[in-house]
Unconditional design. Structure first.
Length: 633
């Protein structure tokens, strides 16, 4: 029997009491007198008045409780053919020493530190060391190019940047240091110091005066027994800023506060993921994404579990058995990844032969999130793994699942295509564009009644007006998720699409608006549109459509190559922008709005109705012809 319904009801009847109970799992320096202060912040604040430290709760308290010899971090790196394990004692030494190095470099409470690193354990140490000092980290995903990094440096104005000499993708080594140097060159804000982790695969030779060698300085600090105390911060102080794609090229700096984040994540480890302290939990994501923040770093460590930092891919490092090998070697009990990873595995090993070759006896549950799970992938995973496959719905803005199926409380029956029911803390509704709630089973805008639960973002970094205009203005009293979907008569949520220009490529959230800004900068382009078209492996991939300026006689293939190169150089390889098609005109409404949704439907060969407000319906035929000439689909 699932205890979901009674747990959700207990939260509904007394939200403050529910989260006060959950807060007992956290060690506070000074606890809050009440869990929620409705008059503070934009929509209230959680645990106002409490003092605490996230690093203390992730590291020191486990050591003090006598669990120092338990494994905390496992770095499994098929791309360097190495495995390293760190106990909670080791973690305390590494993080304490790094924090003391950062402090010596001038980092203190409230200062920002940008972390631009591959999947190495030092990335997790860096996040924790910032938390230890009360500094605010901002991790930037390694697949972003220099300009994207520069935008984030400018917005966060970090005192220090922590980076590495290189990242390793299958078949190629990516020099990070030149990207970092270029980003600092572009950015208006210059960090005082950069702490650089030299890696064997490619050390960087050019060290500027501002650059400090990570291994040397932290190594010396460890040898000399240097550490720092865990600085007491307010529960409402920011722990981190994580930039996520918005509708323009300017990413949104989602602010995560300290106390509520700990309370919510700790609650999920046992109740949602069914994980016990001492278990090995693996989020096969990247520390640059919110899933990596919450479940590679903070969640498992708050819980006293072990976390896997995996530097590899689901396929190609070396084969489609990589996930099963990691689960077997480290006795992983729960894996959390994006459906795209499973589609990649399924493509290479359709009968799951490599699953059979591994001992998965400790493995209990697979969790999927980050994009819509297609039924075929879920069914394949269930059949081949013979274990529960749980889809759950997430956003960077919330930091944890808004809907799911709680393993620790006992699961309820899965409905294919649904990421479960709302989690306690989330009052999820579906509304039409006028803000009226729709009948069960009707498609509409998915919104959450305010306040958001603990860990929900209180604002955007240095953009309080954008916070309100992007999220709170459209449906007063509710948080607009920008997802469209339905809630059926049994209370199951279904997420169908984004209502904005965000696309989801291989589980990565990307802005088509940002790509359009890059294309529009090309001197030969009059106008352009980017849409996300369906892709068997990555879910969606971007496709550009461009109109040339009058009189441009250059070959369009050449221009396409330039556009592809420009998006890769300015946004990064992660954008997967590979094709741009020349069209004579873009379809528009009479008021001049580009009909991107209709273009997407034509490219996906979906049925579509010619929009009533279209200016000239003949343009749709031109789009279809251009796609056909290119052999799409
Ligand atoms: N640093 C530098 N480059 C990176 C990078 C990183 N951290 N991550 C990806 N890239 C590059 C890739 O090498 C690739 O480059 P290419 O165009 O030269 O081939 C490009 O960015 C696109 O990457 P991706 O879309 O990830 O494609 P892929 O073919 O490398 O891998 C999957 C496909 C499905 C295996 C992979 O996307 C995956 O594992 N996705 C899971 C997503 C995920 O964890 N999401 C988080 C939410 S749970
Ligand atoms: P991110 O902020 O990168 O985590 O991306 C959040 C977006 O990913 C959501 O707004 C959804 O559009 C999509 N998403 C995340 N999880 C799911 C899921 N389980 N099912 C469908 N879409 C999802």
């Amino acid at each position: 029997m699932s205890r979901y319904a009674e747990t959700y009801a207990s939260w509904q009847s007394d939200p403050e009491g529910f989260w006060s109970d959950a807060a007992q799992e956290i060690d506070w320096f000074v606890p809050a007198t009440r869990a929620f202060s409705p008059k503070s912040g934009v929509y209230g604040r959680w645990f106002e008045g409490a003092l605490c430290n996230t690093c203390y709760n992730c590291v020191d308290r486990h050591v003090e409780a006598g669990h120092g010899d338990m494994i905390a971090v496992i770095h499994d790196s098929p791309v360097t053919e190495t495995v390293a394990r760190f106990t909670y004692n080791d973690l305390k030494i590494q993080v304490g020493a790094l924090a003391s190095v950062l402090r010596a470099l001038g980092v203190g409470k409230g200062d920002r530190v940008v972390i631009y690193m591959p999947m190495v354990p030092e990335a997790v140490f860096a996040m924790l060391a910032c938390a230890r000092l009360g500094a605010i980290h901002s991790v930037v995903f390694g697949g972003f190019a220099a300009r994207e990094l520069a935008t984030r440096i400018d917005d966060a104005s970090p005192k220090v940047i922590i980076s590495a000499s290189c990242g390793i993708e299958p078949g190629r080594v990516i020099a990070y240091k030149p990207l970092l140097d270029e980003a600092i060159e572009i950015a208006a804000n210059t960090p005082e110091k950069c702490l650089i982790l030299q890696r064997e695969a490619l050390a960087c030779e050019l060290m500027h005066e501002r650059d400090v060698d990570y291994a040397e300085t932290v190594g010396t600090a460890i040898r000399e027994g240097e550490t720092t105390e865990c600085v007491s911060v307010a529960a409402t102080d920011p722990l981190y800023i994580l930039y996520t794609s918005g509708t323009t090229g300017q990413p949104k700096g989602v602010v995560r506060d300290t106390g509520g984040h700990m309370v919510a994540l700790k609650w999920t480890m046992e109740n949602l993921y069914g994980v016990k302290p001492g278990d090995v939990f693996w989020a096969a994501s990247d520390v640059g994404w919110v899933v990596g923040h919450s479940y590679i770093c903070y969640g498992p460590l708050l819980h006293g579990a072990a976390t896997v930092v995996y530097e590899g891919k689901p396929v190609g490092t070396p084969d489609a058995g990589a996930f099963w090998r990691v689960i077997q070697d480290h006795q992983v009990v729960a894996l959390f990844t994006a459906p795209t990873a499973f589609r990649a595995i399924k493509k290479e090993d359709p009968v799951g032969a490599l699953i059979e070759q591994h001992d998965l006896s400790k493995f209990r549950t697979l969790f999927l999130a980050g994009e819509r799970s297609d039924s075929a992938t879920i069914e394949w995973a269930q059949k081949r793994l013979q274990r529960p496959v749980i889809d759950h719905w997430w956003q960077t803005e919330t930091g944890w699942a808004m809907s799911g199926n709680p393993v620790g409380l006992g699961t309820f029956p899965v409905k294919p295509g649904s990421p479960g029911k709302p989690m306690p803390g989330y009052d999820v509704r579906v509304m039409d564009d006028e803000g009226r709630e729709v009948e069960p089973g009707t498609l509409g805008n998915i919104v959450c009644k305010l306040p958001l639960p603990p860990s929900g973002f209180p604002t955007l970094w240095q953009a309080p007006e954008r916070f309100i205009s992007s999220y709170l203005a459209e449906f007063p009293g509710y948080y607009a998720t920008s997802d469209a979907g339905i809630i059926d008569g049994d209370g199951y949520v279904f997420i169908m699409a984004r209502t904005d220009d965000i696309i989801n490529v291989a589980g990565h959230r990307l802005s088509t608006g940002a790509m359009e800004e890059v294309i529009a900068d090309h001197p030969d382009i009059a106008e352009c549109a980017v849409v996300g078209i369906a892709d068997d492996l990555k879910g969606q991939v971007p496709m550009g459509f461009f109109v040339l300026n009058d009189g441009i006689a250059r070959h369009e293939a050449e221009i396409e190559r330039e556009l592809v190169a420009a998006v890769r150089a300015r946004i990064g390889a992660v954008a997967v922008f590979k094709s741009a098609i020349r069209v004579p005109r873009l379809p528009k409404t009479r008021s001049g709005k580009v009909l991107r949704g209709t273009m997407k439907k034509i490219a996906d060969r979906e049925e579509f109705k010619t929009p009533a407000a279209i200016d000239d319906a003949a343009v749709l035929e031109e789009i279809a012809t251009a796609l056909k000439e290119r052999g799409v689909p």
